[in-house]
Design a protein around this ligand. Structure first.
Ligand SMILES: Nc1ncnc2c1ncn2[C@@H]1O[C@H](COP(=O)(O)OP(=O)(O)OP(=O)(O)O)[C@@H](O)[C@H]1O
Ligand SMILES: [Mg+2]
Length: 228
């Protein structure tokens, strides 16, 4: 379970990006985070994988208090949380296979387990046949599928995505969305910030709307609710 209690975030320049958020997300939920540009969605999400620390309040994920977590323990946290970004963040000189295997090599997983697990997740994102390709040889949608494979190769209980379809055309966005649904159906919690109104309004899930750093709406099977 993810729980935020009375969380505030003020950046060093004085911007109050998150202004008192309390929320609970249960294991296995699929949550869209929506809201206007600059509302605090990315800040909210970054605090969940400790890219940013809250200025006040507590954030617990599966009983780990992220606000108090020592810097030296952050890599362990990241192994249990898959993160997907708008711009993929693949390592350009590594193949698809190597980009995904990397996360297992750093934890010194046995080579035979690495191979099996990497091929399993590449199969899930339907990219086994491109395992030897380099990122620049792939389309945007394929690159995002590699980054999804990389984020789940450790079998995390929680997956966090910040506008994962932000750089993709509508059809490719739907392919990516289907993969997220498949991962969620296997029990992984998904928290996804998105501006994709069509997806939010079609595949109804819990919607948390953030405006001016606060929760403006929190609805099960909610709507996108903005014009752009
Ligand atoms: N590193 C930072 N330092 C200072 N201010 C920041 C930083 N990151 C974000 N902000 C500010 O915090 C506020 C919230 O930004 P955030 O990126 O969380 O919004 P967002 O809802 O993700 O917007 P978008 O939909 O455009 O991605 C904005 O006013 C932004 O300018
Ligand atoms: Mg953002």
């Amino acid at each position: 379970m993810i729980e935020l209690k009375d969380v505030y975030k003020t950046y060093p320049n004085g911007v109050l990006a998150v202004n008192g958020i309390s929320v609970k997300i249960n294991q296995g939920e699929f949550v869209y985070v929506v809201g206007p540009s600059g509302a605090g969605k990315s800040t909210f999400i970054k605090m969940m994988y400790r890219e940013e620390k809250p200025s006040k309040g507590t954030i617990t994920i599966n009983d780990i208090n992220l606000a108090k977590l020592k810097e030296s323990k952050v890599p362990y946290l990241r192994r249990n949380i898959g993160v997907v970004f708008q711009d993929f963040k693949l390592l350009p000189t590594l193949t698809v296979y190597e980009n995904v295997a990397f996360a297992l090599e750093v934890i010194q997983e046995q080579p035979k387990n690495i191979k099996r697990r990497v091929m399993d997740v590449l199969d899930l994102v339907r990219l086994k046949h491109k395992a030897r390709f380099l990122p620049h040889e792939l389309s945007g949608g394929e690159q995002q599928r590699v980054s999804i494979a990389r984020s789940i190769v450790n079998n995390p209980k929680v997956m966090i995505a910040d506008e994962p379809t932000g750089n993709l055309d509508p059809e490719t966005s739907w392919e990516i969305m289907n993969i997220f649904e498949e991962i969620n159906n296997r029990g992984t919690t998904i928290v996804m910030a998105t501006h994709n109104r069509e997806i939010v309004n079609t595949v109804r899930k819990r919607v948390i709307a953030i405006e001016n750093g606060k929760i403006a709406r929190d609805e099960l099977r909610g709507e996108y609710g903005y014009d752009s």
